[in-house]
Design a protein around this ligand. Structure first.
Ligand code: NAP
Ligand code: ZN
Length: 348
């Protein structure tokens, strides 16, 4: 067992504090990763504050992990010491299934999340990337293209794949009008990836304060949802709307922006249920759908796509000692556009 150092939440109402724990001895099929950077996802905040009512403390959050391989087990073939790698939202899947479902594994009951979960042995708690190293099965480690910087690549492991997967699934591309709701960590990746796919991207943000950035990142148009005329102007406009908002919104108003046969995809995960009127869906044969991250296979495809198009996240790098303040800033939508923890600061 190797001792790991990190930051953990010990209770829903307490700040994250320094925490020491044990990582398992690597098995033949494991990769040991020296974590260099960890993105702060809004899901980390929902989880440690127990907003999804599933927190088991202590929790070391972090599922946007970028690092360098320091050791590999004897059966590992895909990675070697020195490789730039990533770990996303899960570290095992299809536990208890007859075979691994490479396309839909993130939706299987036997999913082992990177933190706040239990490993396949049924007893070991998983702990995430706000820490100095991690031991992960080869099949759940991602290769980060060499042309991408490690720090700004970390958010691709969750924010990137969470937008890539629905954009691809619902056919974003030339001729498709796509709205991204919320210009945060997920949203800004949707703008970059969706426009690289060739779709016509509009951002729907609470205000116009980030308009210039949105247009620079690839959006064609940018509207404020605080302005009621936006909903009149854009009625019946979009083939696809991807909602990344972490709070309650007026779902019926947004559904009215879909074309006939359009789909609104929920990826933001607010605490409370979504109230939708039947007549927001029936006229126009509209769909309301959900999407969760992506499989490891699709995550690698996304990383390769980002390598080819030179896409990374817009980041603000912080020391781990500032993580609690960063959480407050995320809650105020005061981040452009993803906080990334420099894990070297753990040693300070
Ligand atoms: P984030 O950086 O905080 O972005 C959320 C954005 O939503 C904000 O930047 C803001 O955009 C908008 N927003 C916030 N409060 C709002 C309100 N009251 N009304 C309207 N808009 C509001 O968070 P994130 O890391 O991108 O995560 C977003 C959500 O996705 C979280 O709920 C997270 O748990 C979830 N998530 C889901 C998946 C999945 O697989 N489905 C994966 C990762 C994360 P503007 O300032 O532009 O309005
Ligand atoms: Zn996430």
């Amino acid at each position: 067992m190797a001792i790991a150092r990190g930051y953990a939440a010990t209770d829903a109402s307490k700040p994250l504090t320094p925490f020491t724990f044990e990582r398992r001895e690597p098995n033949d099929d494991d990769v040991v990763i020296d974590i260099k950077f960890a993105g702060i996802c809004h899901s980390d905040i929902h989880t440690v504050r127990n907003e999804w009512k599933n927190a088991v403390y202590p929790i070391v959050p972090g599922h946007e992990i970028a690092g360098i391989v320091t050791a590999v087990g004897s059966k590992v073939t895909k990675f070697k010491v020195g490789d730039h790698v990533g770990v996303g939202c899960f570290v095992d899947s299809c536990v208890g299934c007859a075979a691994r479902d490479l396309d839909n594994e993130q939706y299987m009951p036997g999913l082992v999340q990177t933190y706040n979960s239990v490993e396949a042995d049924g007893k070991t708690a998983t702990q995430g990337g706000y820490s100095d190293h991690i031991v992960v099965k080869e099949g759940y480690v991602l290769s980060i293209p060499d042309n991408l910087p490690l720090d700004a690549s970390a958010p691709l492991l969750c924010a990137g794949i969470t937008l890539y997967s629905p954009l691809k699934h619902w056919g974003a591309g030339p001729g498709k009008k796509v709205a991204i709701v919320g210009m945060g960590g997920l949203g800004h990746m949707g703008v970059k990836i969706g426009s690289a796919m060739g779709a016509d991207i509009t951002v729907l943000s609470q205000s116009l304060s980030k308009k210039e950035d949105g247009l620079k990142l690839g959006a064609k148009e940018y509207y404020a949802t605080s302005d009621a005329s936006t909903f009149e102007k854009l009625a019946g406009t979009f083939d696809l709307i991807i909602c990344t908002v972490s709070a309650e919104i007026d779902w019926n108003a947004y559904l009215g922006l879909l074309k006939v046969n359009g789909t609104m995809v929920v990826v933001g995960a607010p605490e409370n249920a979504i109230p939708v009127h039947a007549f927001s869906l029936i006229p126009g044969r509209r769909s309301l759908a959900g999407s969760m991250i992506g499989s490891i296979k699709e995550t690698q495809e996304m990383l390769d796509f980002c390598g080819k198009h030179n896409i990374v996240s817009e980041i603000e790098k912080i020391n781990i000692q500032d993580v609690n303040e960063a959480y407050e800033r995320v809650l105020r939508s005061d981040v452009r556009y993803r906080f990334v923890i420099d894990i070297a600061s753990l040693a300070a």
